[in-house]
Ligand binder design. Structure first.
Ligand SMILES: [Zn+2]
Length: 444
């Protein structure tokens, strides 16, 4: 039994068998390499977006410019190891002065593209990101130490390590490993990147944002879980869409939330060493993150964050006061924990990039008053079968699954009034990979 409320019990969510190749890939994630990445990032001193980027600072290995060049060189090094399999790119622009930026400032996102091996699927993209900028107590301080080991050296390390490990494999769809700047000044880097993806019509199916996944070594930490935050009502929903959500009871079925449930499924299938704790809200109180930039452009995006944060170790000048140590230092983070979170991210990216595209034009026929439910959809390229999943309206995760081996319609002896349905596509591999589910639109 998965869980019970006063009136109902939820069934155990159905789980897929593991793909040996993905299980093997995530075993290559290295806590040692992650530790070295974080120590290197911290060595740049202050990675604030407003820290120096001039030639002298680059040469001295100080400031955000030096960090950017190092990240780029790392991606290029991984690419060399896989025969040039990664395209290493930058998205650079000048941010005009605003609340937290006094002068026009060059912001550079650095990313690596592992192009999909199937020409029919390669335009589909899944993405992992972390922010490589840091800050201390003062948003406008670009010189004093701002180590940012956890916030967000940890997330940057997840993105780099996913690239290191997954670049040894080929996947039908494309994976992007992104590191952004400007997060602490107002999500500037991710905003620019997400807008670019939207303007260029990218088929970006999933964004995994890792921000503060260091597993701060405080006594109240739970190193067995990582929180996965997902928006409910989509930030990008139009008024008409919000009316529809209200009418249908779709408040907990945004594409981001389906992505969160997919991660929960991956967490049951693969032994990552950490379990996703689904947290049904956009983010923590008083805090924001780069997944919002993607949500605002209509993309499914979630945030990974450790279970228990220590605010003495974030956005603080490095100092000791009354016996309390402040500052975001490497000694407070746990590379073993970050390795577990990386495994969960890598298994999710690999599963999605191995799966066919989600079905389109998924409809639930509501012409007649009846207790059965008829669903129809259009075929997905690369799909060889489909699954209908459903759950009680009050259940947090999918409870039931029925395979549809042929065709693109299904009739179930389940009342549409009592449950929420989703339809997902399966490939022909053994074991099969499944796409994100799509919740049907009613059609009369
Ligand atoms: Zn952060």
């Amino acid at each position: 039994m998965f869980g019970c409320s006063a009136l109902s019990c939820w069934a155990q969510p159905p789980t897929k068998p593991a793909d040996d190749r993905i299980a093997e890939a995530i075993q290559h994630v290295s806590a040692d390499r992650i530790r070295l990445t974080i120590e290197k990032l911290v060595s740049f001193g202050n990675r604030s977006t407003i820290s120096p980027q001039d030639e002298a600072s680059l040469k001295a290995g100080k400031g955000i410019g030096a960090a950017r060049e190092w990240i780029k060189a790392e991606f290029e090094r991984y690419s060399k190891d896989c025969g040039g399999c990664l395209e290493v790119k930058t998205d650079a622009f000048t941010e005009q002065p605003g609340d937290r930026i006094k002068n026009p400032t060059e912001i550079t996102d650095v990313y690596a593209v592992l192009r999909g091996s199937d020409p029919q699927q390669a335009n589909r993209i899944v993405l992992v990101t972390g922010h490589y900028d840091s800050r201390n107590s003062d948003t406008f301080n670009g010189t004093d130490p701002a180590p940012g080991a956890n916030d967000d050296g940890s997330g940057t390390a997840v993105s780099l390590e996913c690239a290191h490990v997954l670049s040894k494999y080929k996947f039908p769809a494309t994976i992007i490993f992104l590191t952004v700047a400007g997060e602490e000044q107002g999500l500037n880097g991710s905003k620019h990147f997400a807008q670019m993806a939207k303007q260029q019509g990218w088929k970006l199916e999933a964004v995994l944002n890792n921000d503060i996944v260091g597993g701060d070594r405080n006594p109240e930490q739970d190193a067995g879980v990582v929180r996965v935050f997902s928006e409910g009502i989509p930030n990008a929903a139009t008024d008409a869409e919000i009316r529809r959500i209200r009418a249908l009871g779709g408040e907990s079925d945004s594409p981001s939330r389906e992505l969160a449930r997919y991660i929960a499924d991956v967490g049951r299938t693969y032994d990552a060493g950490v379990k996703p704790l689904l947290t049904f809200r956009l983010d923590r109180f008083l805090r924001g993150g780069d997944h919002l930039s993607f949500n605002q452009q209509g993309f499914a995006a979630v945030r990974f964050t450790e279970f228990r944060e220590d605010y003495n170790h974030q956005h603080q000048n490095v100092r000791t006061e009354k016996g309390i140590e402040y500052g975001d230092l490497p000694k407070f983070v746990d590379p073993g924990y970050i390795a577990h979170v990386t495994r969960l991210n890598a298994a999710t990216l690999a599963s999605l990039a191995s799966a066919p595209a989600p079905p389109t034009n998924v409809k639930m026929l509501t012409k007649n008053l009846e207790n059965d439910t008829a669903l129809t959809w259009e075929p997905s390229p690369g799909a060889s079968a489909y699954e209908v999943v459903w759950r009680a309206t009050s259940a947090p995760d999918w409870e039931h699954v029925q395979t549809v081996p042929t065709g693109t319609r299904a009739t179930l002896k389940v009342s549409k009034d009592n449950v929420i349905f989703g339809v997902r596509a399966l490939d022909a591999a053994e074991p099969r990979h499944c796409s994100l589910p799509v919740v049907p639109e009613p059609e009369r």
